[in-house]
Design a protein around this ligand. Structure first.
Ligand SMILES: [Zn+2]
Length: 118
């Protein structure tokens, strides 16, 4: 592939390709919809300083919203009793998912009330 600038066409591309261009949390389909593709970013499953933090196996496709939905995930991990060692990438996604979903649900309620069909 030709070299392109930017995450979507560059360093994030192999991660997105591996994940079929779908957000691992909400499933927004970047290969079917151009606007969805534009929202894709990547999400580190392990905290900074972890030996596998930058290992591509532990970085997954996430849309911008899901990526930032639980912004304090790593900071709150200890308080929430979450562990990172010994979990597979799929298990790490599953561990994070309920926190992302909780924020999505809050935003969905707001959207239904104030945004949808306005
Ligand atoms: Zn998403």
């Amino acid at each position: 592939m030709t070299s392109f600038d930017g995450a979507l066409r560059g360093y994030a591309f192999p991660i997105h390709q591996r994940d079929s261009f779908k957000c691992r949390y909400c499933g927004v389909p970047g290969s079917r919809d151009f606007n969805s593709w534009l929202t894709l970013s990547w999400d580190h499953l392990l905290p900074k300083g972890h030996p596998n933090h930058d290992n591509p196996d532990y970085i997954v496709t996430a849309c911008n919203f899901c990526n930032t939905a639980d912004n304090h995930y790593f900071k709150l991990a200890e308080k929430r009793g979450l562990k990172f060692d010994g979990l597979t990438p799929d298990q790490l996604v599953a561990q994070r998912l309920p926190f992302v979903q909780a924020t999505r649900e809050e935003y969905e309620s707001f959207w239904k009330q104030y945004v949808s069909n306005k």
